[in-house]
Write a protein that binds this ligand. Structure first.
Ligand SMILES: Nc1ncnc2c1ncn2[C@@H]1O[C@H](COP(=O)(O)OP(=O)(O)OP(=O)(O)O)[C@@H](O)[C@H]1O
Ligand SMILES: [Mg+2]
Length: 285
């Protein structure tokens, strides 16, 4: 398989490419962590496109159970059909397979061609969830009790698992994954990411905006640091509102509260912390 090298829409650092290719070689799930908005979900989409694999996505919520990814038995429909159905319906009711609803893993295992599978935000589910999937992800098979069949993967799917670190994952689960932490992009990588999204942005505006962004981000004590996706939103607004470069810093090059700061700072404590810093700088000069 051709190794992953990033794409026209997605900037991958060398260590990220290495991690993707390591997971492909090992045939183990790639567990991706990183701050919100650092491109974890998008990575799976981009790798799937680059390797020309269909991508099946499973977005995890607090109520998601591992079993739902395998299959669910729809007993309610079967009961209803058995009460209401005429002759055709009776045929349908007899065969329990008509009431087995396939989950994402089932679809991934039985797909004609190798697929990529994204298990997004695994840390949202309860603590049992990763443990319940150990065997399925390891052996790539599971048993359907209702029909007494075993579903085996025709091709091992390329699995991506993302986590925002809200809960720790069990050791037994970690053992089976290749791990990569997407570090917050350094200035150079960030520049490349912005270029991908806004190829026509004026150099001066970009430089000033990036400086402002890192000033905000490096403020000690922030409750929520703005991330890549927030920078991109903010730049979009700056362009749309036609904000001049001069609005981003004062004449003497001191920090100012940037316009439309609501795209970057998402709670009032952080905004007032930043305002205090600007105020103190003004006092000092
Ligand atoms: N390396 C990158 N190259 C290009 N765009 C990126 C990159 N990283 C992030 N982005 C941009 O940031 C947006 C957010 O990315 P994504 O949704 O994948 O983040 P995430 O890490 O999954 O966040 P969350 O943890 O909140 O789900 C993307 O839609 C993309 O526009
Ligand atoms: Mg995501």
């Amino acid at each position: 398989m051709t190794p992953f090298q990033g794409s026209a829409q997605y900037v991958a650092t060398p260590d990220l490419m290495l991690a993707v290719n390591a997971a492909v070689t090992l045939q183990r799930p790639l567990l991706v962590k990183g701050e919100p908005g650092t491109g974890k979900t998008m990575l799976a989409e981009e790798v799937a496109t680059a390797l020309q694999m269909p991508l099946l996505q499973w977005h995890i919520k607090s109520t998601t159970k591992a079993q739902q990814g395998l299959y669910e038995y729809d007993a309610v429909s079967r009961l209803r059909d058995s009460q209401l159905a005429g002759a055709d319906g009776a045929e349908r009711v007899k065969d329990i397979r008509n009431y087995i609803v396939q989950g994402v893993l089932w679809q991934a295992f039985t797909a004609e061609q190798p697929v990529a599978l994204l298990i997004d935000e695994i840390d949202k589910a309860d603590i049992e969830f990763p443990n319940d999937l150990l065997r399925e992800l390891d052996r790539m098979e599971f048993h359907v009790y209702e029909t007494r069949e075993t579903i085996r993967a025709r091709h091992r799917p390329l699995v991506f698992i993302t986590s925002n670190n809200e809960k720790d994952l069990p050791d037994a689960f970690l053992r089976r994954c290749f791990f990569h932490y997407i570090k917050f992009p350094d200035a150079q990588t960030m520049q490349a990411i912005v270029d991908v999204h806004f190829p026509d942005l004026k150099k001066e505006l970009l430089a000033a905006a990036l400086k402002s962004f890192y000033d905000v981000r490096n403020l000690p004590g922030l409750k929520k640091k703005p991330s890549t996706s927030e920078l991109l939103d903010w730049l979009k607004l700056l362009v749309a509102e036609d904000i001049p470069v001069s609005a981003l810093h004062s004449a003497d090059d001191k920090v100012v509260v940037p316009p439309l700061v609501g795209a970057l700072l998402k709670n009032e404590q952080d905004v007032s912390l930043f305002e205090k810093l600007v105020f103190m700088q003004r006092q000092n000069r």
